[in-house]
Design a protein around this ligand. Structure first.
Ligand code: ADP
Ligand code: MG
Ligand code: MG
Length: 252
């Protein structure tokens, strides 16, 4: 069962500390949600976990199954089973969606154990059906000209095909209408199993009506300041963030 432990993580951008001592533990079978106001460092956390070079880790540790994630290169993190669905997925010209997926899958396999083309196509078809993605999108260049909603569905398609052990979904719900939101949630819910731990980063609790989190964490000013169950998300939706600050004795 995968197990990720983030301990007192500190991340700076251009010398400014954004993540200020964050602790979080995610195990296989668990879905965690991080909620928090804009600009609180949620995307910075996600990028730093995946090893984005712009984000400088200045303290703390990240352990995945006994291995030091912070010592790994970006591709090694993916090979170790980590996956990030980005808030703003990049467009990659000249690489089709299908080619990208096949090489991503194969990069996590031993030489000689590559997925067969037949099996790949069958699986891709099945997952695209679940996500209601038109089959022509397999052969388009990655994210090029995709609408906002198509990009988000495509991030989930990648996750379903790559089958990571730990997935981080950064604002996968932003810009989605209710139907697209349900489809995205269906994809995530299909992934639920002991070999899969998930961190959902979101600004709104809407998505959590469709993906029931086991744990909800509130992030403010670079730290997790409160953790609870799904009722925490409902209270945030109803009352906003001010009560959290008051409870914690922060100045509003
Ligand atoms: P959230 O995802 O919670 O909305 P972010 O992690 O995107 O927050 O941003 C946290 C803070 O870091 C903000 O003040 C933002 O302006 C700053 N920041 C994020 N990315 C960059 C960047 N690439 N360059 C400079 N500042 C950044
Ligand atoms: Mg933001
Ligand atoms: Mg963000």
């Amino acid at each position: 069962v995968p197990h990720m432990k983030i301990d007192d993580l500190r991340v700076s951008i251009e010398g400014k500390e954004i993540v200020k001592g964050l602790n979080l533990e995610i195990k296989g079978g668990e879905i965690h949600a991080i909620m928090g106001p804009n600009g609180t460092g949620k995307s910075t956390l996600a990028s730093a976990l995946m090893g984005h070079p712009l984000y400088e880790v200045t303290g703390g540790s990240v352990d995945l199954n006994g291995e030091d994630v912070l010592e790994m290169e970006v591709d090694e993190r993916a090979q170790a089973g980590m996956f990030l669905a980005m808030q703003y997925p990049a467009e990659i010209s000249g690489v089709t969606n299908a080619d990208f997926l096949r090489s991503a899958i194969n990069s996590r396999r031993e030489e000689g154990q590559e997925i067969s083309l037949m099996k790949f196509i069958r699986e891709l078809d099945a997952k695209m059906d679940v996500l209601e993605i038109p089959s022509a999108m397999a052969h388009r260049y990655l994210n090029e000209g995709f609408s906002g909603g198509e990009k988000k569905r495509n991030e989930i398609l990648q996750m379903m095909m790559i089958k990571p052990n730990i997935a981080i979904l950064d604002e996968i719900d932003s810009g989605l209408d209710i139907d697209a939101l349900k489809v995205v949630a269906k994809g995530v819910n299909e992934m639920r199993n002991e070999e899969f731990g998930c961190l959902i980063i979101t600004h709104y609790q809407r998505l959590l009506n469709y993906i029931e989190p086991d744990f909800v964490h509130i992030m403010m000013d670079g730290k997790i300041v409160m953790s609870g169950g799904k009722e925490l998300a409902q209270r945030l939706e109803a009352e906003g963030y001010d009560w959290v600050k008051q409870d914690l004795g922060m100045t509003v």
